[in-house]
Design a protein around this ligand. Structure first.
Ligand SMILES: [Fe+2]
Ligand SMILES: [Fe+2]
Length: 213
């Protein structure tokens, strides 16, 4: 039997998502890890650390994605697109879990800065939601475009031997392109270049700090 979620239910659900996103190993994927069946080639210690730095950035990117969707969900109307947005958010949970699993395999950890990036991204998502559905969806599209570029860059930068991280990033790349297409088709505004540039500068702050921290 279905019922309208009360305000308290909503708050509990939000809190649950925050915990799943921020507590290491708390997120579980609904799809199989794309690296299943793929073996790494040999990697030096330095290569392993470099791969972990890149995967930590990708993990934090997924923390931000989760917070953006949550923030938007809390303020946007999204009558016709809420289901699709929830579907996209579920796929971001898969990404989050896969990146976390990969960091474990590399004997490394997620970023200490995740709570701060979660809070900032939630705020930006909530603001975009207030500004209207076309801005909100445009923000999703612009973010996914940027994430796609990051993933392409990381697939080049990963050590040759790190085949398992690459398998994860390849599936994420497919999903992010799908999210971007969906958001534009659903009426998302195309953001002007200066705004995209601002988003790129902010993401550089994230990538530089999270690589080590
Ligand atoms: Fe993602
Ligand atoms: Fe995405």
């Amino acid at each position: 039997m279905s019922r309208q979620l009360s305000r308290t239910d909503n708050l509990i659900q939000q809190f649950d998502t925050i915990l799943r996103t921020l507590v290491p190993h708390a997120a579980s994927a609904s799809r199989a890890n794309p690296a299943v069946g793929t073996q790494d080639a040999e990697m030096t210690d330095a290569e392993r650390r470099h791969a972990a730095g890149l995967m930590r950035i990708n993990h934090t990117g997924e923390v931000c994605a989760q917070a953006l969707y949550q923030g938007q969900g809390s303020t946007a109307k999204l009558h016709e697109t809420r289901d699709q947005m929830e579907q996209a958010a579920a796929e971001e949970i898969d990404h989050l879990a896969w990146c976390d699993e990969r960091l474990c395999e590399l004997n490394d950890r997620t970023s200490y800065l995740n709570p701060a990036f979660y809070a900032a991204s939630f705020g930006m998502g909530a603001l975009a939601g207030v500004l209207g559905d076309n801005i909100s969806l445009g923000f999703v599209a612009a973010t996914e475009e940027q994430v796609g570029r990051h993933l392409d860059d990381h697939m080049h930068k990963l050590p040759q031997g790190d085949r398992r991280s690459r398998a994860v990033l390849e599936q994420m790349r497919v999903d992010e392109a799908h999210h971007e297409r969906w958001a534009l088709e659903a009426g998302g505004a195309r953001f002007p270049a200066p705004l995209k540039l601002g988003m790129r500068v902010m993401s550089q702050v994230m990538t530089r700090s999270v690589y080590k921290l």
